[in-house]
Design a protein around this ligand. Structure first.
Ligand code: CP
Length: 305
């Protein structure tokens, strides 16, 4: 039985297969409409979500399966003190596969210790978000055709932004990718990722505080929200939240084929005027999330057409 806790649980070959399957699902959705008939997905969301939960549920429904679950801890028995382990052990009696989001880093790792069904990490605290990374990879692949020979800039909250951590881990396994990390000093990429992923693999990277100076060299720009819910201090959040705002003026210095991504939700870091720019791909990115999650559910349930 396979789980997905970290993007590196999948080999690059498996990621290629998932992307190919997602592309086939996009092209021939009717072929897949009964693949998960009589299968159930449980979405256990102890933390808010729009895209991840609803795209997982839409994915299972479009595969002909059913969904059950909760969207906040307060509406589950976690509010009475039930542990994640007990919750997951019980839900394994009701569902065939579990997607779980939790505010505590490592919670999905505790879940798999007792789970008898595949568990998917749908985001754990400021740690990882592997299915967002699959979404990002599908989008980059659709825009650029391959994972090689480009410069990607990550901008914003690189400390708490779990989507950044997972995507850096994934892209570090390909060749010819250059990384630019754009953040305030306080929100730099965690040193364990710099040391264990970038330095250890001799990957080309720079860190800067200036989006304006970095933008002309970028092929992909991955904007992120400052993660208010992970701050200990509201004053720090307010001071840092609008450090970077991507607008049409800044984009004048960018490449004509720049691919602008954002895992969403957006707060203020991309001006709404950018939505009309053909380089803005973040809504396509959100839509891609359903298709790659369909592919992932099929893989973990070992189903094919
Ligand atoms: N990108 C993402 O994880 O969005 P949600 O928090 O809405 O699921």
């Amino acid at each position: 039985m396979r789980n997905l806790l970290n993007i590196t649980d999948l080999s690059t070959g498996e990621i290629d297969e998932l992307i190919a399957l997602a592309e086939d699902i996009i092209a021939h959705p009717e072929t897949y409409q009964d693949v998960c008939r009589r299968k159930k997905l449980a979405t256990l969301f102890f933390e808010p979500s729009t895209r991840t939960r609803l795209s997982f549920e839409a994915a299972m429904l479009d595969l002909g399966g059913s969904v059950l679950g909760f969207s906040e801890a307060q509406s589950s028995s976690a509010a009475k003190g039930e542990t994640v382990g007990d919750t997951v052990r019980v839900v394994c009696g009701y569902a065939d596969i579990i997607a779980m989001r939790h505010p505590k880093e490592g919670a999905p790792f505790a879940a798999v210790q007792v789970a008898s069904k595949p568990v998917i990490n749908a985001g754990d605290g400021g740690h990882n978000h592997p299915t967002q990374t699959l979404t990002d990879l599908l989008t980059i692949h659709r825009e650029r055709g391959a994972f090689r020979d480009f410069t990607i800039g990550f901008c914003g909250d690189l400390k708490f932004g779990r989507t950044v951590h997972s995507l850096v881990s994934a892209l570090a396994r390909y060749t010819g990718i250059r990384f630019v990390f754009i953040s305030p000093e306080e929100l730099r990429l965690p040193r364990y990722i710099v040391d264990n992923t970038l330095k250890r693999n001799n990957l080309p990277y720079i860190e800067t505080t200036s989006l304006e100076s970095a933008i002309p060299d970028l092929d992909v720009l991955y904007m992120t929200r400052v993660q208010r819910e992970r701050f200990f201090n509201e004053a720090d959040y307010i001071r840092l939240k609008d450090t970077y705002i991507l607008d049409c003026d800044k984009l004048e210095r960018a490449k004509p084929d720049l691919c602008i991504l954002h895992p969403l939700p957006r707060v203020n870091e991309i001006a709404v005027e950018v939505d009309e720019d053909p380089r803005a791909k973040y809504f396509e990115q959100a839509a891609n999330g359903k298709f790659i999650r369909m592919a992932l559910i099929m893989k973990l349930l070992e189903l094919s057409v």
